[in-house]
Design a protein around this ligand. Sequence first.
Ligand SMILES: Nc1ncnc2c1ncn2[C@@H]1O[C@H](COP(=O)(O)OP(=O)(O)OP(=O)(O)O)[C@@H](O)[C@H]1O
Ligand SMILES: [Mg+2]
Length: 361
Amino acid sequence: MSLSVPLRLEGISKRFGHVQALKPLTLDVRGGEMLALLGPSGCGKTTTLRIIAGFETPDEGSVLIGEKDITELPPNKRSLGMVFQNYCLFPHLTVGENVAFGLKMRGIPAADRAKRVRAMLELMRLGNFEERTIHQLSGGQQQRVALARSLVTDPSLLLLDEPLGALDKNLRERMQFELREIQRRLGITSILVTHDQEEALTMSDRVAVMEAGAIIQIGAPTEVYERPHSQFVSEFLGTANIFHAVVLRRVQQDMWAVRLEHGKAEMLIACAANLASGGAVKIAVRPERLKMDAPAGGGMPAMVRDVVFRGSYYAYELSIADQASPIFVYTQARKAIPADGEVTIDWSPESAILLADQAAP
Ligand SMILES: Nc1ncnc2c1ncn2[C@@H]1O[C@H](COP(=O)(O)OP(=O)(O)OP(=O)(O)O)[C@@H](O)[C@H]1O
Ligand SMILES: [Mg+2]
């Protein structure tokens, strides 16, 4: 089967007793893309993957690979590669035997098997490891064996459930790039389940954000990060400052003046839609998009509560009048403003994201 085959989930739902793990959910994964399913614990990521793999049957809906409805097919007939958080490698078998396992199950002759195993180990830069046992490998090497084992059978779909979860931070970051590189090279349609937003943003072509059994936003990493539709998405994908404001008036085409709920300062937001003057709006601004200025500057007066050096930037925690939740600002500036310092904060109209969930605070 071709590697770059699309996958479609059509209105799949799943209930476990009283828990509605998945609401009717529809998802199109394009051929050859890496799609990340991102969401908090319990939102239904693994359930979605297990339905695709055939380990769970959906209550409703269907799963299609290409044109083919596979909803009723048993897992071993689905042509899938899977990698889990703990790899599930066979500890008593060698690397080569682990990778050959799926081929053996399929009755591939020994000579052919050996050839394919070797080619796959080369691809994973494990050429010299064939005879080793699993416990003689590092975490990253084990991860590559797991990947080799899942890819050696030429699956049409690769399913990854927290595949890097067992690795420490440095190795994890390196493996993100390696895994991504291999996936691109093979052009295999892949779904990556993670609750790590950075991992989702770095590795995938598109991110589907899940909340309580539903996909609430889907798009390219930059799109979901820069243009989240809701407070949930904006806060789940990194840090977001949420401001409640009242619309004052239209300043010019696609530009509106607002007043923050707890302040006097007028701020500008870019927005193509027609806003009702006097209406309440909710705005998100990323910490790296906020500008911090001397007390005399325009914008909102604020007080520095704390400042932390994070290696490549300073993270400021500020408070603004009458607002309980702190504001975070990340700057590259070398000279740190000390705690209790007075500043003003401002943003450019384009970096203010108008959130769609406008329910009153
Ligand atoms: N076999 C099962 N029996 C009963 N409830 C289940 C079963 N599998 C999952 N659930 C429930 O369904 C919901 C979704 O679970 P799921 O494992 O899909 O979440 P997840 O997004 O993968 O979370 P995590 O990030 O913690 O792995 C949870 O409330 C979970 O408790
Ligand atoms: Mg899970």
